[in-house]
Design a protein around this ligand. Structure first.
Ligand code: IPD
Ligand code: CA
Ligand code: CA
Length: 264
């Protein structure tokens, strides 16, 4: 049976509290679709509100921790060791368009190591959580990466390249074309933290994206590793939160995907 540590319980409770408003906001946003600007502004306000709630709840429970969050300046850790890395709403564009694929992502980094991650999909009520050395779970169920061995059988996810440079876009299209030809299919779901959670849960066999931010990746990386998968940079080296490139997959597929993307 899945037993949550006090740290995971704190992260889950904060996510739950912020999610209540996000669920109301998601239902409301549908009414605003007639005015594009209306939906954008509304979701920006929802995003900021969610971040405020998360910071309040987390700081109350762990006052010494620092913060790296998407919507406000970083806060140094009082203990000099630990910080929360938070995306209050991942999948913003989906949210604006009323596509129900969005989440809250919270990770804990301690002495430069990612040690815990929570990714909460409030619209499906799925709480993905993991702590280093203790396994990964969705709600109360243990998570394992998939066991597919051949890239040809795999469902692979990826996200957009942040860069607007034509060279980057050409490269991405080349990679997408190659992966499309050599796998079962490709998915672009639009919430990187959930993409990683789905790799952890074996729904996707692999995922790659470049140009992400630390809060997009941090929690998902813990989930993938604790579910028995590999998470690296797209170059196959260690994940570097500062460069934001990530390649995740089950142990059979990770290397094959790396090879398939390399040099393209
Ligand atoms: C985005 C999502 C998306 C990814 C983008 C991110 P946001 O985060 O994770 O899947 O492709 O690169 O910026 O803006 O929705 O928090
Ligand atoms: Ca994000
Ligand atoms: Ca965000």
């Amino acid at each position: 049976m899945a037993r949550r540590s006090p740290l995971i319980a704190v992260m889950a409770a904060a996510a739950d509290r912020a999610a209540r408003a996000l669920i109301r906001d998601f239902n409301e946003v549908e009414n605003l679709q007639v005015s594009k600007k209306g939906a954008n502004d509304f979701v920006t306000a929802a995003d900021l509100r969610a971040e405020r709630t998360l910071k309040e709840e987390l700081a109350k429970a762990r006052p010494g921790f620092g913060f790296l969050t998407e919507e406000s300046p970083a806060v140094e850790a009082g203990d000099g060791r630990s910080r929360f890395i938070v995306d209050p709403l991942d999948g913003t564009l989906n949210f604006i368009h009323s596509v129900p694929q969005a989440c809250i992502s919270i990770a804990v980094e301690q002495d430069g190591e990612l040690v815990a991650g929570v990714v909460f999909d409030p619209l499906r009520d799925e709480l993905f959580w993991a702590e280093r050395g203790r396994g990964a779970y969705v709600n109360r169920r243990r998570l394992r990466v998939s066991r597919r061995e051949r890239l040809a059988d795999c469902l692979i996810a990826h996200g957009r390249a942040r860069s607007d440079r034509p060279a980057d876009q050409t490269r991405l299209l080349g990679q997408m074309g190659h992966v499309l030809r050599h796998t079962r299919d490709l998915r672009r779901m639009g919430a990187a933290a959930l993409d990683l959670a789905y790799v952890a849960g074996g729904r996707f066999d692999g995922f790659w994206e470049e140009g992400l931010m630390p809060w997009d990746i941090a929690a998902g990386v813990v989930l993938v590793r604790e579910a028995g998968g590999y998470a690296t940079g797209t170059d196959g080296g260690p994940v570097d939160l500062a460069t934001g490139s990530v390649l995740a997959g089950n142990p059979h597929v990770h290397g094959q995907l790396h090879k398939a993307l390399a040099g393209r």
